[in-house]
Design a protein around this ligand. Structure first.
Ligand code: NAD
Ligand code: ZN
Length: 256
């Protein structure tokens, strides 16, 4: 049996519509912990649901203090070879879309074009007023929290500011979800990278692609519930495996 990255390169070479679907695992090699790493920062707090955020001052205070804690994790991070490999696949004309559950913006930072990246869970670097939609860089809003503001509010209307990520209990952006469903349905190769494939509705997309005839490849550090349905399961680190795959496809990973 050929090496996994050779097999992946062959499948990519044969594909007419390749869709990549990425989770937190694609960014761990950039230093952002994934959701389920033991003792990870995500497990330190019970998540504040969207309904709690709307309903109670205490919940909003707790939400922002947790955010203050997490802010350094997302600051100054750089893409890793996995992100660069996906940007290279786009340059080679081989990639229809990257659907991502990540909120870190690293696909675009690696050179994937804005219109190829479908963000299902929003963006951490943007903060928006829940009432009027006024938007600021999260950095600016965090400065106010660091200066002692417990719950930052909108400069225009006084509404509550919240980072533009999707909280538990908050619906996914409809347009992004529609596009994700459309490209998954039309894909003939669906490549799930660094996702435990457990967070719904996003995790339903590989099944959707399969039912519409796509081949499924799962590249993840740990087994997933979808492994038995996949055409190829690669267990390992996504950055190094995708970098090898690009070599077999004759590409380069030089950041552009
Ligand atoms: P998850 O934490 O549930 O699963 C990540 C998977 O990636 C795990 O199965 C792990 O084994 C695997 N993994 C870790 N490092 C890897 C590597 N180097 N190569 C290959 N696989 C690796 O993540 P999820 O499925 O994305 O769901 C968690 C939710 O939390 C997401 O919805 C996301 O919005 C949010 N989140 C985002 C970020 C980010 O933006 N970078 C980080 C953490 C969590
Ligand atoms: Zn406002």
């Amino acid at each position: 049996m050929a090496e996994a990255s050779v097999q992946l390169a062959e499948l990519i070479g044969q594909a007419r519509s390749l869709v990549a679907f990425t989770g937190a695992g694609v960014s761990t090699e950039s230093g952002i912990p994934d959701f389920r790493s033991p003792g990870g920062l995500w497990s330190r707090y019970r998540p504040v649901t969207f309904q709690e955020f709307l309903a109670s001052h205490e919940a909003r205070v707790s939400y922002w203090s947790r955010y203050l804690d997490m802010h350094p994790v997302f600051s100054g991070v750089q893409p890793n070879p996995g992100h660069y490999a996906l940007a290279e696949l786009e340059r080679q004309g081989r990639l229809t879309a990257v659907i991502t559950q990540n909120v870190d913006g690293l696909h675009q930072a690696a050179g994937s074009s804005e219109d190829k990246v479908i963000e299902l869970h929003g963006r951490v670097d943007v903060t928006r007023c829940l009432d009027c939609g006024y938007t600021l860089r999260t950095n600016e809003v965090i400065e106010r929290v660091q200066a002692g503001v417990e719950v930052p509010v909108c400069d225009r209307c006084g509404g509550w500011f919240k980072p533009a990520t999707i909280s538990f209990g908050q619906s996914l952006p409809a347009e992004a979800l529609d596009r994700a469903i459309e490209v998954s349905t039309a894909s003939d190769l669906f490549l799930a990278i660094g996702s435990s494939l457990t967070v719904h509705p996003a995790a339903a997309l590989p099944g959707l692609a399969l039912r519409h005839g796509a081949r499924l490849v799962i590249l993840n550090a740990m087994p997933t519930d979808y492994d038995q349905n996949a055409h190829l399961v690669i267990q390992g680190r996504s950055g190094s495996i995708l970098a090898d795959t690009i070599k077999h496809l004759g590409g380069s990973l030089t950041p552009h």
